[in-house]
Design a protein around this ligand. Structure first.
Ligand code: BGC
Length: 399
């Protein structure tokens, strides 16, 4: 079955379940046990397949990894950009669909992926104002690839690099570990940065993403994954009926260039209040200045956190299919982007065009422009330190 296709996989759907915040942490730490099934003793039950997926213009081969767990959930990952190409999960009736926007060929990812579908974004996910920051008294100048700003690591960010891949098998599931060494000075950033990103598809129908990096000189780092979701199925229309909850009472308002003003503002009495599940489209056309600037939602929310570690960041429910996405993260923020700049010019994996609002991204991250914002949590990484970040995308269904 090709990416983007749909279909039923026999007898597998009801192994899905949802987990609460506290439960998730303990599950992550405990041995795999899927409710309704005997305890999983074999640690290699899921499968990992890899195949060539074309070559870049300089002749570098790109591979595609297909991870499948025993309940039939399937995730496809490219060594180009560390892109999550597809995520196939069942609806409440066991019908599988790909819920991640993307392309069915490498050329489109290389030439047309201005939305950053599915990729690892770095060194600095999101924006750095005027492409400049000062660290330890030295000013660094980065590419400005988004009007006056630096966005998602520059002209050739981590999204456009071919990563080394190794297979991963643990008691939890199957995965792929991607590595990339970013040379000193790449895209203007100081320090040689060695990065690994591990994707693990678990038997609990979660995708766990573990990010690590080390440097040989002080630098800044902010890594995320830029998957666009449509829980009704990629290419099926807008995501405005999806009900979103964000575990955040504050957000970082932006100026006309989508750079944070530095304020942490309350979401109360604004269309940015998703503390209760609310359809994404319900208030998206309100003339709130922040929605006008961004043409919808394209903001960083300040996550409510009671303890360090993985914390619930977001929950999204699609009413027709019953599919539910939960996001847990160790990061302090999350960018909720409602696909405002999708404009009908791209054809997705299923052969349908993507229009405004046809997908949403939930990018776990440090706040935008942190290198220039002394009041935001620091994104500085120094030699001897290890950058670590984890995010878990969980899939389940409601009845
Ligand atoms: C940004 C958007 C941008 C999109 C694609 C998102 O992370 O917040 O402003 O258009 O990525 O680059």
């Amino acid at each position: 079955m090709k990416a983007g296709s749909t279909g039923r996989r026999g007898g597998t759907a009801r192994f899905l379940y949802g987990v609460g915040t506290a439960a998730l942490l303990s599950l992550l730490l405990s041995a795999t046990q899927v409710p309704g099934r005997a305890k999983s003793t074999a640690q290699h039950e899921g499968s990992i397949e890899s195949e060539p997926f074309g070559t870049t213009p300089d002749g570098t081969q790109v591979n595609r990894y297909t991870l499948t767990n025993t309940s039939g959930m399937r995730v496809r990952i490219l060594t180009y950009g560390g892109i999550i190409q597809s995520i196939e999960v069942p609806d409440r009736h066991g019908q599988f669909a790909n819920v991640a926007l993307g392309f069915d060929n490498l050329t489109d990812y290389i030439e047309r992926n201005s939305p950053y579908f599915g990729c690892i974004t770095g060194r600095y996910a999101n924006r750095i104002a005027r492409g400049r920051f000062t660290l330890d008294g030295t000013e660094y100048v980065l590419a400005t690839n988004d009007g006056p700003n630096h966005l998602h690591g520059g002209e050739q960010g981590f999204n456009a690099r071919v990563w080394e891949a190794t297979e991963v098998r643990t008691q939890e599931g199957v995965g792929v570990r991607l590595s990339y060494v970013s040379p000193d000075g790449e895209e203007g950033y100081p320090g040689r940065l060695a990065v690994t990103v591990t994707y693990l598809l678990t038997e609990r129908n979660t995708i766990e993403i573990d990010y690590r990096a080390t440097t040989d000189a002080p630098t800044v780092v902010n890594l995320t994954n830029h998957t666009y979701f449509n829980l009704a199925g990629e290419g099926s229309g807008s995501i405005y009926d999806h009900r979103l909850m964000l575990n955040a009472r504050r957000f970082t308002p932006v100026d006309e260039n989508l750079i944070p003003t530095g304020e942490l503002a309350s979401v109360a009495d604004t269309p940015l209040d998703f503390t209760r599940p609310t359809p994404i489209g319900k208030r998206i056309r309100e003339s709130h200045p922040q929605l006008v600037i961004a043409r919808g939602y394209d903001h960083n929310w300040v996550l409510h956190r009671e303890q360090p570690g993985l914390t619930l960041a977001a929950r999204v429910e699609e009413p027709t299919s019953g599919r539910v996405l939960t996001v847990h993260t160790t990061e302090p923020g999350i960018q909720f982007y409602s696909g405002n700049f999708l404009d009908g010019t791209l054809v997705g994996a299923s052969g349908r065009i993507y229009r405004q609002g046809d997908g949403f991204a939930l990018e776990t991250q440090h706040y935008p422009d942190s290198p220039n914002q002394p009041n935001f949590p620091s994104t500085v990484l120094r030699p001897g330190e290890v950058y670590r970040s984890a995010t878990v995308f969980g899939f389940s269904t409601t009845d």
